[in-house]
Write a protein that binds this ligand. Structure first.
Ligand code: A3P
Length: 297
């Protein structure tokens, strides 16, 4: 099933995905052989995936690269940390690395079995629905799809509320990872974009701890956590030459700058009226009920 000109298709597991990715995603589900040293970064699109990729890359490779020598100075995070559908052909993935980091937008229940039978760890980053939606809408406006969607934001919101967006429904994906993080806290770490904005340092330390590679006292004393936070900040990454308009991503048909728009909490207020916002709020209340999950922003 297609939704207007967004080229989304309903995966048999019940989530919407880009039509061109359906086969690669199914192939990943069926064939991916996860190893114990895998680290999977999971998100809804536009929830801060780029940021999480940069942070996780910096945390796990901190023995290999100093912050000043980080490949993030010359490559976009999406060129350093692949998505699951880009893994095929990366046979030499473990060369010289202790950890293998990659990302997914797939729901928890749809991940390959090997993810669960291996010791692979999952870091899930969520963002409040209004900012995620507004960010997604902008991204589609800038994307270089075959057909450029030109939706009024209200029309896009109607689709969002029906769960029809990349990897939607939003609430189903988030609930899946939220529940898993409560049930298997050693397997799934659940973090929020808003907490990263508020106190990135603490979240970075929590991620490192969860990955069983906590910062040593010496590293902390030397300010390594702060350096990583600074390197991966919106200001820093978006001002890198490689992330300027016109620098095309090696893995996507987009210019690297589209992954950096505003990077703020609460920007939705500039795009959605109070009626729209309350439609989203009441749906989220209905869906998340007393799960304990709340959103800020
Ligand atoms: P906005 O459109 O609200 O600015 P993703 O990486 O999942 O595609 O999400 C993109 C969103 O994260 C965009 O949000 C983008 O600006 C924001 N973002 C990207 N890098 C960031 C960073 N280093 N710090 C904070 N936000 C960042």
């Amino acid at each position: 099933e297609k939704i207007m000109n967004w080229s989304l298709i309903l995966h048999e597991d019940g989530f919407w995905c880009p039509e061109r990715l359906l086969r690669p995603l199914i192939s990943f589900q069926r064939n991916y052989d996860s190893k114990d040293n895998d680290i999977l970064l999971a998100t809804m699109p536009k929830s801060g995936t780029t940021w999480l990729k940069a942070l996780a890359f910096s945390i796990v490779n901190r023995d290999i690269y100093s912050v000043s020598q980080s490949p993030l100075h010359t490559s976009n995070p999406h060129e350093l940390v692949p998505f699951e559908f880009q893994l095929a052909g990366q046979r030499n993935r473990d060369e010289g690395r202790d950890y293998h980091v990659f990302a997914t937008h797939m729901p928890y229940a749809s991940l390959p079995d090997s993810i669960f039978s291996s010791k692979c760890k999952i870091v899930y980053l969520c963002r409040n629905p209004l900012d995620q939606f507004v960010s997604d809408w902008h991204f589609h406006e800038q994307m270089c799809w075959d057909v450029k969607p030109e939706f009024a934001i209200e029309d896009a919101l109607d689709l969002f509320l029906q769960g029809k967006q990349n990897y939607g429904p939003f609430w189903e994906q988030i609930q899946g990872y939220w529940n898993a993080s409560l049930k298997f806290p050693g397997k799934v770490l659940f973090i929020k974009y808003e907490d990263l904005k508020k106190d990135c340092r603490s979240v970075v330390k929590r991620i490192a701890q969860f990955l069983q590679m906590p910062f040593a006292e010496e590293e902390e004393k030397n300010g390594l956590v702060e350096q990583i936070v600074k390197l991966c900040s919106f200001e820093s990454l978006s001002n890198m030459e490689v992330n300027k308009p016109g620098k095309w991503n090696a893995n996507f048909r987009v210019s690297n700058n589209v992954f950096f728009r505003k990077g703020e909490v609460g920007d939705w207020i500039n795009y959605l009226n109070p009626t729209s916002a309350s439609r989203v709020a009441s749906l989220m209340k209905e869906k998340f009920g007393d799960s304990g999950l709340t959103f800020e922003g």
